[in-house]
Design a protein around this ligand. Structure first.
Ligand code: FAD
Ligand code: FO1
Length: 463
């Protein structure tokens, strides 16, 4: 065995044995070659049986409301990946359609000996895998390549909050926050390895999706694994020391802006966490405080989101809220609302609140809203809709439609935190919110220059 993978990352999803025949890695959440435990495990299986290795991606025309901007970001990343896999003599195939039919069909066609997939806690992906596993005549393995500490191992239940999860993660981090080996050039060639200038027709793949132009691509994020690495290095060299000071001010560009790369798996969180941990050791207390703050977000909060979605199947509805929040929600269900807006007014950034409108426009025009504004934005949707169910629906719809990093466990838990107190505690009671934490315009005004933020967003809109 060569990959050095900890077998706690691997779960067998059926009871079939590994046969002879190519090993197929069904890539979905972890769209990268480097630092990818699922690819390494698939290669390990293939090497052990002296078999070819094939990576397959199944493009689904409808994925949780994703629009052209997210698909294009993803497809451009996959185009780079195909080229880089070829250098390693690893074949790549793009399928289009429902993975429940396409993946077993591809395994049949290639006479595969084993199937490996990556891990995601989202229902759509766990449902795909259950259905694929139910009558697949070959061994099927799932590898958690997204979390540093494998989700199932970090905790066996839904965690109440960061303070209950943090000690569990911290205990296991010394074991899991390791370097990751590189995959090797594969010695057993596949019949699916394309030759010469044969490559996937990525433009045709995009055109087949019929996405329309209503949510156009954004230009501020260069897609792909190389760009993800460069963005990571740029952040560490230039902004990390100031992260703790600047991250909550939406005028300063103090966050890392790495979430689109992490979401599509173009960048490994484990690689990023290793690089952060090693950055400029001993260079002073502001760097140390920033490293600590960054790792809290990247490791504890991010992996807590996977924990929430994995153990709570109602992660995107009010049924997923903790009991105290559901109770307070009932008490305040019929409280009069000062403003109630239909979805179209939220979507068109036409509320009475220029700060909220700017946040919505930031997301629409750049593909990413600042982290501080995301909390304010979602809480105001609760304040200005008919009920929390509608607030959840609108917030998820808008986040998933416009954010490059949407359709992610972090998004579902962030919305549920804002609207339903998930991972938070009860606060002083007030209208509409009940005991769910409130955020006010006045509070934002005391934290940063609202006018400057509105002007900054206006500048994005003016191009
Ligand atoms: P940085 O501050 O540079 O943080 C680095 C990384 O740490 C992030 O990329 C992310 O992986 C992780 N992280 C940071 N904050 C959080 C957090 N609160 N919870 C979990 N992980 C965190 N994040 C998404 O990735 N996708 C979403 O769709 C999304 N929607 C959100 C919606 C709402 C209403 C809220 C309140 C939060 C949402 N978040 C979402 C979480 C957080 O706001 C973003 O992860 C962060 O702003 C991404 O920008 P960044 O990479 O520059 O963050
Ligand atoms: N995963 C797939 O396996 N096939 C897809 O066609 C696909 C499309 C897609 C579009 C937008 C988006 O944000 C994610 C998409 N994903 C797709 C999944 C994604 O890679 C993640 O696994 C999940 O969003 C969970 O984070």
């Amino acid at each position: 065995m060569t990959s050095g993978i900890d077998l706690n990352r691997v779960k067998k999803l059926n009871s079939q044995d590994t046969g002879t025949g190519p090993v197929v890695y069904w890539m979905s959440r972890d769209q990268r070659i480097r630092d990818n435990w699922a690819l390494l495990y698939a290669q390990e299986l293939a090497l052990a049986k002296k078999q070819p290795l094939v990576v397959v991606f199944c493009l689904v025309p409808e994925f949780l409301g994703a629009a052209l901007r997210q698909y294009r970001f993803m497809l451009q990343g996959l185009a780079e990946l195909e080229q880089d896999l070829r250098k390693l003599k690893i074949a790549f195939s793009l399928l289009t359609g429902n993975p429940v039919e396409k993946i077993p069909g591809f395994c049949r066609e290639t006479a595969a000996g084993a199937l490996v997939c990556d891990f995601s806690p989202l229902r759509i992906q766990t449902d795909w895998k259950e259905k694929v596993a139910s009558n697949l005549p070959l061994a099927f393995f799932e590898v958690d390549a997204h979390n540093i500490v494998p989700c199932r191992l970090a905790s066996s239940k839904q965690e109440y909050a960061a303070y209950t999860f943090r000690p569990k993660i911290n205990k296991l981090l010394p074991v899991y926050l390791t370097d990751i080996p590189a995959p090797q050039a594969h010695p057993y060639p596949s019949a699916h390895l394309k030759q010469g200038d044969q490559i996937t027709d990525w433009k045709a793949a995009e055109n087949a999706l019929f996405l329309g132009q209503s949510v156009p691509p954004v230009s501020g994020f260069k897609p792909g694994e190389t760009a993800g690495r460069e963005a990571m290095e740029h952040f560490i060299s230039n902004k990390l020391p100031f992260y703790d000071r600047d991250r909550n001010d939406p005028i300063l560009n103090g966050q890392s802006n790495l979430s689109p790369y992490l979401h599509f798996g173009q960048l490994s969180a484990q690689r990023l966490a290793c690089a952060i941990s090693r950055a400029g050791a001993g260079e002073g207390s502001s760097l140390e405080a920033s490293k600590e703050a960054y790792l809290e977000e990247l490791v504890v909060r991010r992996e807590l989101s996977d924990n929430y979605c994995f153990y709570n199947r109602a992660y995107d509805s009010t049924a997923g809220f903790p009991r105290w929040a559901r109770e307070t929600m009932e008490v305040h269900r019929n409280d009069p609302r000062e403003y109630i807006y239909p979805l179209a007014d939220f979507e068109g950034a036409r509320t009475h609140d220029q700060l909220w409108n700017a946040a919505q426009n930031e997301m629409v025009y750049t593909g990413k809203m600042h982290g501080y504004m995301r909390m304010y934005w979602a809480k105001k949707i609760l304040e200005w809709t008919q009920n929390p169910e509608q607030a959840m629906e609108f917030a998820i719809y808008l986040n998933d439609k416009y954010s490059l990093d949407g359709r992610d466990p972090n998004g579902y838990s962030g919305v549920a935190w804002s609207i339903g107190g998930v991972h938070d505690r009860a606060w002083g009671e007030r209208p509409v919110f009940g005991k769910v934490r409130y955020m006010s315009y006045k509070g934002s005004k005391s934290k940063f220059n609202i006018e400057a933020y509105i002007s900054k967003v206006r500048a994005f809109m003016d191009g």
